[in-house]
Write a protein of this length. Structure first.
Length: 198
């Protein structure tokens, strides 16, 4: 094809087309920049709104917790935990009373009865026994029988007191208080870590 246009006119047309493409590219870049600015502004606005909402929710939650008296609930939970620990300790020192009472019955001489059995809170593995007897000799014999080393039930037996009244109408006028301490084998037999038979 023969180009009959003067060189200046042909150059003007070529530069015009290049300018048109350049303007299109510049408009596209400007549009992209505007879109990016709008996206950044929208993102900043959204994040700012979310931050305010989260701060409001946090304040509301803190007010609810304060209204529910969380510190009192926490103190109650600690107290309950302490109670559970006490229960666990008591169960850990469980005594098989049915077996123990049967064993103690074999040590009671004629003319005596076991009237009370109490866990001693002074010594672990200790018991306080109350025995009623017909006379001094029977009361003292209970202590001798419980202290018999061949049976190895108690490692120590102390007579706290023997008190015999003059009441003729009582079948067992003498009251004896004894403090006894389980021997090691008896502790294994009668004391458990909980869950044994009673």
């Amino acid at each position: 094809m023969i180009n009959l246009l003067p060189p200046q006119h042909a150059a003007a047309i070529r530069y015009g087309r290049q300018n048109s493409k350049l303007v299109t590219w510049l408009a596209g870049v400007a549009g992209a920049i505007i879109v990016l600015v709008l996206i950044l502004a929208g993102g900043w606005f959204y994040i700012n709104q979310q931050s305010k909402e989260l701060r409001h929710n946090l304040d509301s939650t803190n007010q609810q917790l304060a209204a529910q008296n969380l510190s009192k609930v926490e103190a109650d939970a600690k107290e309950l935990t302490g109670d559970i620990n006490v229960i666990d300790k008591v169960l850990g020192q469980e005594i098989h009373f049915s077996d123990l009472i049967q064993s103690l019955g074999s040590y009671m001489p004629p003319g005596t009865v076991l009237s009370q059995l109490t866990l001693s809170n002074e010594v672990r593995g200790g018991l306080d026994l109350s025995v009623n007897a017909k006379d001094y000799a029977s009361a003292a014999e209970v202590a001798v029988n419980l202290n018999d080393p061949k049976d190895n039930l108690f490692s120590k037996v102390d007579i706290v007191n023997i008190n015999c009244g003059n009441a003729a109408d009582k079948q067992y006028p003498c009251s004896t208080q004894l403090r006894v301490l389980f021997s090691k084998p008896a502790q294994t037999k009668f004391l458990s870590a909980g869950g044994g038979k009673t």
